[in-house]
Design a protein around this ligand. Sequence first.
Ligand code: SF4
Length: 443
Amino acid sequence: MCYAIPGRVKEIEGRKVTVDYFGQERNALNEIYGLRAGDYIYAQGGYVINKIPEKEAQEILSVWKETFFELQEVDLKLSKLDLEAKKFDSRFSRILDRAMEGTAPSASEALYLFNSANREQDQYLYKAANFLRQKYLKNSCCVHGILEISNHCSLNCRYCGISKLNRNIDRYRMSIQEVVEAAGLSIEKYGFKALVLQSGEDPGYGIEDLCYMIRTIKDKYPALIFISFGEVGLEGLEKLYEAGARGLLMRFETSNQQIYENLHPGQQLSTRLLHLKKAYELGYLILTGGLIGLPGQTREDIINDLFLTKELKAEMYSFGPFLPVPGTPLGAKEPIDKDLMLKVLSIARLIDPTEAKILITTAFETLSKDARRQGLMAGANSVMLNVTPLKYRQQYAIYPDRAYQDELIQVQIEDTLSLLRSLGRAPTDLGVVHEKQVFSQKK
Ligand code: SF4
C-alpha cells in the first residue's frame, strides 16, 4: 500500500520498485519506461502511476513532512488496545489473543465471534480489528473515486433499483467524451489517483468502446483505473487489461449458490467466480465481496463469503448491507442493523489482517450516518467518493436515498479529509491539492 504523496525511487529490480516515503519503504510495480533510482513518483494500489519533477516533489514533501508523522502518532494512540481488558468468555478471548499474535481465526472461530451477543465483547472485537489494521497496514486509507457512467442494465437482479425491470427511472449513458472529461476532472482538479468506472451491464457500450475509453483516459491522465461493468467475458477482461485497466470491482454478492440463483435470474455463480479468477490471473487487482442481510442468508453464509473473498485474493473487501428498493421483488424486506455490518468488517480484518483493504461502502453509509467513522475504527481502511456528475448521480438509483447523492465532490473530499485527519489516517489515493487544504485548516 503506497501513500499518495511523492515517493523517491530507492531501488529498481526488474519491474519491482522500492519506494521511500520519509524513511519508510513500500514496494510497487513499474510500468513507466526509463524510470531510475532517485526519481520521484506517485504510486497507487501497488503500481507506479507517474513520475514528477524533483522540485515539485520536494515542495509537496516539505508541506507533508510534519503532518506525515503527526498523523501516525494520532492513529497509534487511537488504535491502542487494552490487553488487560475485562474478562470475556474464554473462547472469545482465546480467539482474539491468537489473532493478535498472528493466527487468523478459522471459519468456526469466526462464526463464534459473529454469534457473540455481548455488546462489550463486540466493542472489543472492533477495537481488536482496528489494532490489527494499524499493526500491519499503518495509517494509510484508500480514497478512490467512483464514476458511474451508465445506469442501463440488461440484467434483472431482484434487489437492484436499476435492473432492466425497473421502468420508473430515467436512464442515462455518458458519452465516451463525457466520461473522459469527468475522469480528467476527478484526476486533475480533485487529485484522485485511483478511479473506478462503473455501470450496469450496458449493451450500449461494446468492449471496443470501453477499451477506447480507458486508453484515452490513461493516455491523458495519470491514474489507476478500475473497471466495474459486470461480466464482460474472459476475452473482454483481457482486452480491457491491455487497454490499461488494472483493477476489477465485481462482487460475487453471495457464496450461497441457491440464494445467488434466486437473486440473479439466468446468472451462474460459477461464471462470476471464473471472471474473478481469470482477472486475478491477468494481473487485475480484485475488489470483491457481497451483500449482507439477504433474505435466507445465514451467518454461516456470511462467514463463507468472507473466506471466499480471501480465497479470491482480494485486494479490497467490499461488503455492504442489502437495502430494500421499493418496487423490486425484495422491496418489502427489512434492512439490517448497522452493528451487523461492523461485525462483518471487523471479522474480515481478523481473517485477513496483513494485506486487506476493507471498504466502507456507500450502502453502509446510507444505512448509518456515522458508518464511515465507526467502520474505520473497526478494521476498515478504504472509502470511495462519488465523482459522477451531479446531473446523473441521482439516476444511478441502485437503492433509495444513497449517501452523497447530492453532494459536490469538493464537499465530499473536505468532509473525508477532515474525518481522516481526526483519526490520524493518511489518504492514499488523493493528491496533494487536497492535503494542502487539510493543512491550511490546521493553522
Ligand atoms: S446489480 Fe448490477 S448487474 Fe444486477 S441489475 Fe443491478 S446494475 Fe444490473
